[in-house]
Design a binder for this molecule. Structure first.
Ligand SMILES: [Zn+2]
Ligand SMILES: [Zn+2]
Length: 259
């Protein structure tokens, strides 16, 4: 098995004190690289610091909808600078979250649009977080002028219709442990229709431990193998071949200097 965890939060307080151990368990499980996602500037700087210390670890930089209320013009300038670092491989995670509503919705929409404009100028790959806000997310994407920029829908939780809409817009959809949950039938229908060259897999660690280790907390990149196994089963695919496909997709979409 050889795959890439395209979205984990290694700088999170649940994981940051044992990053080396987490990464060696990941390597033993067949995870050859990790992309350390970020939801605010502090996390982006911490993710980048981890990426600098550990080979095969990359970072993203962006302001999550939860933190949208704290997005200032200086924040955008700082993100722009971070995107210039070769280890920062995407702008994200950005988007809308109407489930938690930790920032007012109009503020979330404004922060999302402002960061999309930055991604367009910088030509950066975009990692989108959308939760109970799919239609608004797509409306903002469609009017943002980011066609041609690579938009990745992370921890996808929607059904087949939304998966088709996402694939009409962006090159890839990424699935987390949520696909392994009993209630995720519609999501597994979505999994089945994503082409091999447009699927990614992630943990979103320390959150979302997959079945059958759902009670294992914190989640960590090594546990991605359970999500990969579920994806392979749903797609009637050979797990190792699917792992290879997701890895090739991650290398291409995030322009990772591996191979
Ligand atoms: Zn997210
Ligand atoms: Zn995340």
């Amino acid at each position: 098995m050889n795959l890439i965890d395209t979205h984990c939060h290694l700088s999170h307080s649940r994981l940051c004190h044992e990053v080396s151990e987490v990464l060696s368990r990941a390597a033993a499980a067949g995870v050859s690289a990790c992309i350390c996602a970020s939801g605010d500037l502090r996390e982006a700087q911490a993710s980048l610091a981890i990426a600098r210390r550990h080979p095969h670890v990359y970072a993203t930089a962006g302001v999550h909808p939860h933190e949208a209320k704290n997005l200032a013009p200086e924040t955008l300038a700082a993100l722009d600078e971070l995107l210039g670092d070769p280890l920062v491989v995407a702008l994200g995670e950005i988007g809308l979250d109407y489930f938690h509503d930790l920032s007012p919705r109009p503020v979330q929409r404004e922060a999302f649009a402002a960061q999309l404009a930055l991604a367009r100028r910088a030509g950066a790959t975009i990692v989108v977080h959308t939760r109970e806000a799919f239609d608004d997310t797509m409306d903002i994407l469609r009017t943002s002028g980011v066609e041609g920029v690579k938009v990745i829908f992370h921890s996808f939780t929607e059904g087949p219709d939304q998966a088709r809409a996402a694939l009409d817009f962006g090159p890839a959809v990424s699935f987390s442990g949520i696909v392994t949950f009993a209630r995720s039938d519609a999501l597994r229908e979505a999994v089945a229709l994503v082409p091999d060259d447009r699927i990614l897999v992630e943990t979103d660690a320390p959150y979302l431990s997959p079945e059958p280790v759902r009670k294992h907390s914190p989640n960590e990149p090594a546990l991605i193998v359970h999500t990969l196994a579920c994806l392979a089963q749903v797609r009637h695919a050979d797990p190792a071949a699917l792992a290879d496909a997701t890895r090739a997709n991650a290398l291409r979409l995030f322009a990772l200097p591996e191979e």
